[in-house]
Design a binder for this molecule. Sequence first.
Ligand code: GRF
Length: 216
Amino acid sequence: MLRIGVLVSGRGSNLQAIMDGIREGKIEASLELVISDNPQAYALERCKKHGVNFKVIERKSFKTKKDFERAMAQELKERGVELVVLAGFMRILSKEFLNFFPERVINIHPSLIPAFQGLEAQRQAVEFGAKLSGCTVHLVDESVDGGPPIVQAVVPVLPEDTAESLADRILSYEHRILPQTVQWFAERRVKIEGRKVIVEGARYGEVPINPALERF
Ligand code: GRF
């Protein structure tokens, strides 16, 4: 069974989607540890409620970013974590952290990257006047929200949308593509060829917008 760790900073609704997927047997993975850099994160309440192991590791407890990241990596390694999922984790990880888990750190971002990287992606989409936006699960590299996409889901941007209403619409797809991606890793179907990430057996081409959502 794939051993996963999830890093969070806030609300934790994507974490919840993963916990639900595991409980429902749709994700064949074990959630070994949740790390939050924010002691106030609502995600921690979710861990308590569901009996999930968690640790608060705050940046301010360490002199350097390197020490902070080492502490997180060490906790994850101690629990044998193979896949690290960033689910609303609000910090940029350095190459050194990523090297502990080569090609095994993924992130969910609420836009179709490379559009609208960085903060407030949904507001950026509304203010830009985009007609389509969505969400992306991608491999994490040193760029900010710029690593190779694994799966993207598209949603329409409506004329009356606010950043909040668009965020809600996108979020419901985040809760599908992130658990789906974790399951793909659990099934060992994710092949990485440079920037191209291929999910073996996915029905690319059959569905025009939201490819390969098999179970979620
Ligand atoms: C999501 O919109 C995610 O795409 C972004 O941060 C938000 C986290 O939400 N990276 P939650 O904490 O999972 O509810």
